[in-house]
Ligand binder design. Sequence first.
Ligand code: TYD
Length: 215
Amino acid sequence: MKSFFVSFEGPDGSGKSTVIQQMVTQIAPFLKVPYLVTREPGGSKIAEQIRQLILDPANDAMSAETEALLYAAARSQHMKETVIPALLEGKIVFSDRFVDSSLAYQGVGRDLGIKQVKQINDFATKGIAPDLTIFLDVKPEIGLARIAKQRSGQEDRLEQEKLLFHQKVYAGYQTVIKQYPERIQVIDANRLLTDVVDDCVKLIIKRLPKELLKD
Ligand code: TYD
């Protein structure tokens, strides 16, 4: 059965969650099949529990390897319980973050290497990749400034990392984007929210198989 898998990526503070919410409202009337919105780390009961563990600011002793493996573990569970069943039912899946986050944050941000992190994730995902990935492009300085404004003092463990870490993550994303130029499409997210959402809607409609769209 035809299905379609879209992931959204970007630095912290790129506005992914808001963009996804508004995109879904706008795109829903055009879709012939049901859709599912999910997120990582999380998207299933067990994966949400792993999320708590990873993002808890108290867990500052966590090694980079443990962090990478926990993200992969959460992803494996998310695939098994949520993403794969939805794709098998012919749904369109929109995921707030997926493997590229691990490649950029753990592979480059934490210096584990993109290749190594990809290997553990291939094991976790059984090699299933999104059909389309939208990278919401904002410089890390701007993303962090947005977060500081929105939830100062309540940042999670990764958001609390220094600017240098987030600059490495951003550079990591640039490398990953170059590796997958067809799958990953970059949208300038340093603009009005409505413009960013419009561009996402247009791009997804262009890429969706015709069978999944209303006539
Ligand atoms: P996210 O849920 O997007 O953050 P929020 O909704 O609070 O803005 O992601 C949580 C954090 O986890 C974010 O800093 C990115 C990080 N992350 C990784 O480092 N590796 C991964 O594989 C994933 C999925 C997220």
